[in-house]
Design a protein around this ligand. Structure first.
Ligand code: SF4
Ligand code: SF4
Length: 502
């Protein structure tokens, strides 16, 4: 049967401008550009183009442009082009559709329906360039009250649980070595150290090249337990137990054996070339009591010096789950919303499971406060944080800090082409191919990732100043400084915000 769906993109080359340097042939890992030297003929495989734009940017004479294909099926509001293409693909392959990055369906973005307040007349705003503005945040359990002792000066009597000190409430999300390159990891680790924040290892262990940055790295313990040993746990600044992730709640992960190179096998502590499978559940966790046992086993292994976080996907009953996690002894609960990115996920899971992060943050914060245990643990929000405004709104809804994943990768050069699972990332990020990896210089990557954090931090200070606040702490759970635009009564109730004008 003839393949009858049109390519998504069309590659156009200005033949007048082209100097036949063949750079596009070398640059495109997907094989879009083909040149027959004998016949001196060009062939462009439009159907292979993923619009990563690598060739267009690298062409020395800017002769290439990539456009959306004008050829589409007859329009239909229900049987959209995407629906028809998916059905045809599955009829052809009989397989699950794999994809990457975050949810693509047009759900409401609550961040875009929330607006921040600003000072006028009676409540003066603050100029962050002239007055001190505090972005420092501590992640972890806080004491009920602080007791001081006077004995040759004042001494803190209360024992404080280990906390992470963040100079800005933004961290780099967990993305495993294996799903992304060591160059991408190094870029984020260096940026995190430079700015005074943290990055996550993801479930793939910590590569030896990251050791110099280990005090700014959070290690992860996932269901596959790759690389988990005492030294690994002790080396990082904190430990995160991954129960779920926003892009694929309720399912596990799979790094195919062909991607498990010698270095990855050494870091993950699994045989080279073997499939790295993370089961959907942890096979030793079937209750909150089981989770508590793992939390305390990790604390015990690290002599109670490292905070332990637990990450879950934002799902329907996220508030009681988060309360259980905090009561089980976690120092922070990480909530990953349904717009979170991933290197590989079945499209059906990515697009149809989970709930928006905005609703999850507000529900968890409110429930922890109602139970009087908000200070027992921090809330870290992730999944679709795109700007400093999203950070400020997440904090106003109740988060202590956020993780950024896709935004960090975009800073490193990612163009969100959604082909990470192929291992052919044209920008050297989601790949282990030695030639492709050379395209990402960790030094330049670190500069760009640190710049992004600095720029957002600067904007956060400006936002705080406009709100008349001088510390990020004062914004946390301050839902009164938010208003909803175009939201229904139940949505406003869940978010805990008033409608604009009230
Ligand atoms: S990179 Fe540009 S100039 Fe070189 S062959 Fe390709 S289209 Fe022509
Ligand atoms: S990391 Fe690379 S492969 Fe993945 S979406 Fe970004 S550019 Fe594409």
């Amino acid at each position: 049967m003839v393949r009858n769906f049109p390519p998504e993109f069309v590659v156009r080359v200005d033949r007048e401008a082209c100097i036949n340097c063949l750079r596009c042939v070398r640059e495109c890992p997907f094989g879009v550009h083909e040149y027959d030297r004998e016949k001196k003929l060009w062939k462009r495989h439009h159907e292979k183009c993923v619009a990563c734009l690598r060739c267009a940017y690298m062409c020395p004479v800017q002769a290439i442009s990539i456009e959306r294909s004008p050829m589409e099926y007859a329009p239909h509001p229900v049987w959209t082009n995407r629906v028809r293409k998916d059905i045809k693909t599955q009829a052809e392959t009989g397989a699950v559709i794999l994809t990457a990055m975050g949810n693509e369906l047009p759900y409401v973005s609550y961040f875009d329906r929330l607006v921040l307040d600003a000072c006028q007349v009676t409540n003066p705003s603050i100029d962050p360039l002239r007055e001190p503005m505090e972005l420092r945040t501590y992640i972890g359990r806080k004491p009920e009250k602080v007791e001081l002792e006077e004995d040759n000066g004042v001494r803190l009597k209360t024992k404080i649980a280990p906390n992470l000190k963040l100079e800005t409430p933004i961290m780099f999300a967990h993305m495993s070595y294996g799903s992304i390159s060591i160059e991408a990891h190094l870029s984020m680790a260096r940026a995190a150290k430079e700015v005074g924040t943290y990055m996550g290892t993801g479930e793939g262990g910590m590569h030896v090249e990251l050791y110099p940055y280990a005090d700014h790295i959070i290690t992860q313990v996932a269901s596959g337990r790759f690389a988990v040993h005492e030294e690994y746990l002790k080396r990082g600044a904190a430990i995160e137990i991954k129960i779920g992730q926003g892009a694929k709640p309720g399912i596990g992960g799979h790094l195919p054996g062909k991607k498990v190179t010698e270095e990855i096998s050494r870091t993950r502590m699994i045989p080279e070339g073997s499939d790295a499978i993370s089961p959907a559940p942890h096979h030793d966790i079937y209750s909150i009591e089981d989770l508590a046992r793992l939390i305390y086993a990790l604390k015990e292994a690290t002599r109670y010096k490292k905070p332990v976080f637990v990450k879950i996907a934002a799902v329907h009953n996220v508030a009681p789950i988060a309360v259980g996690i905090i009561r089980a002894g976690a120092d922070a609960v990480v909530i990953d919303g349904f717009r979170a990115g991933t290197g590989a996920a079945p499209q059906v899971h990515r697009d149809h499971h989970g709930i928006p992060i905005e609703a999850a943050i507000a529900s968890v914060d409110r429930r922890l406060r109602e139970e009087g245990i908000r200070h027992w643990g921090s809330i870290i929000a992730s999944g679709g944080i795109r700007s400093s405004a999203d950070v400020a709104k997440a904090i106003a809804l109740g988060a202590d800090a956020v993780y950024i994943g896709t935004a960090a990768l975009i800073a490193l050069g990612c163009t969100v082409c959604k082909k990470c699972y192929t291992g052919k990332c044209a920008w050297g990020i989601a790949t282990q191919d030695p030639e492709l990896r050379k395209r990402l210089d960790p030094e330049e990557g670190a500069r760009r990732a640190a710049n992004l954090l600095r720029a957002w931090s600067h904007e956060l200070k400006e936002i705080l100043g406009a709100l008349g606040l001088n510390s990020i702490e004062s914004l946390r759970s301050n839902r009164d400084r938010l208003r909803g635009v175009g939201l229904t009564e139940p949505e406003l109730r869940v978010l805990g915000v008033k409608p604009a004008g009230e």
